[in-house]
Design a protein around this ligand. Structure first.
Ligand code: HEC
Length: 186
């Protein structure tokens, strides 16, 4: 390859990388900087309301079917974020299937907690097709978990895909994306 051809191919390669990079950030329905920022704000609000963190209230844990933990705690109610009041559902997931017992989790939740999955009802227009839920999955210390592509699990996870939060919760009874009850069905 002569020098000119080489330069052209490097230039074209660069363009390709650039266009993929911008596709990745603008078209993704989750994991963008604004999703991450909102996910962090949500975590702080949950902590302030004692739904997560060291001072969190604990309901009695219960056993559940996959895909969430073997044993879970679920709490829900309303919290304020940016002066807007919205419904939040917090599910803490614990232990290893067939190994951990409800008694172990009740006695020592922090030791067995593996992740925290949260649904927060955003303003109308956020994601009308999916009832405006914001989805997030955190490590117990509050940092956001990522998918295998390195995208943070925060936002419209994973709108347009047949896997993950939205696709699976679309099958929940009451058409509200919530499995355990229909209290927030509209
Ligand atoms: C393959 C299906 C599936 C996927 C994927 C899934 N969930 Fe769930 N989720 C369920 C089921 C079933 C329940 C109810 C049973 C239970 O309590 O575990 C549930 C319960 C919940 C609840 C309690 C409210 C409710 O709907 O009952 C929250 C909050 C939640 N999931 C968040 C998430 C988040 C956030 C993600 C993605 C990071 C996610 N889920 C991915 C199936 C799924």
């Amino acid at each position: 390859m002569n020098c000119f051809a080489k330069r052209v191919s490097v230039f074209l390669g660069g363009l390709l990388v650039l266009s993929f990079a911008s596709f990745g950030t603008s078209a993704a329905p989750f994991g963008n900087p604004e999703d991450i920022a909102f996910g962090q704000k949500l975590w702080s609000a949950l902590e302030m309301n004692r739904l997560v963190g060291e001072k969190a209230f604990h309901p009695m844990p219960y056993e559940t079917a996959p895909p969430h933990g073997n044993i879970v705690e679920t709490l829900d109610g309303r919290i304020d974020i940016d002066a807007r009041n919205g419904v939040v559902i917090v599910k803490k997931n614990f232990g290893k299937r067939d190994e951990t017992t409800v008694e172990q989790v009740a006695d020592n939740p922090a030791k067995y907690m593996t992740s925290i999955t949260v649904m927060f009802k955003r303003e109308s227009g956020y994601d009308p097709k999916n009832k405006n839920w914001f989805w997030a999955k955190y490590f117990p210390n509050g940092s956001l978990m990522k998918n295998p592509k390195g995208m943070a699990l925060a936002g419209r996870v994973a709108k347009g895909s047949d896997k993950a939060c939205i696709a699976c919760h679309a099958g929940a009874p009451g058409d509200d994306f919530v499995y355990i009850h229909d209290r927030y069905a509209e």
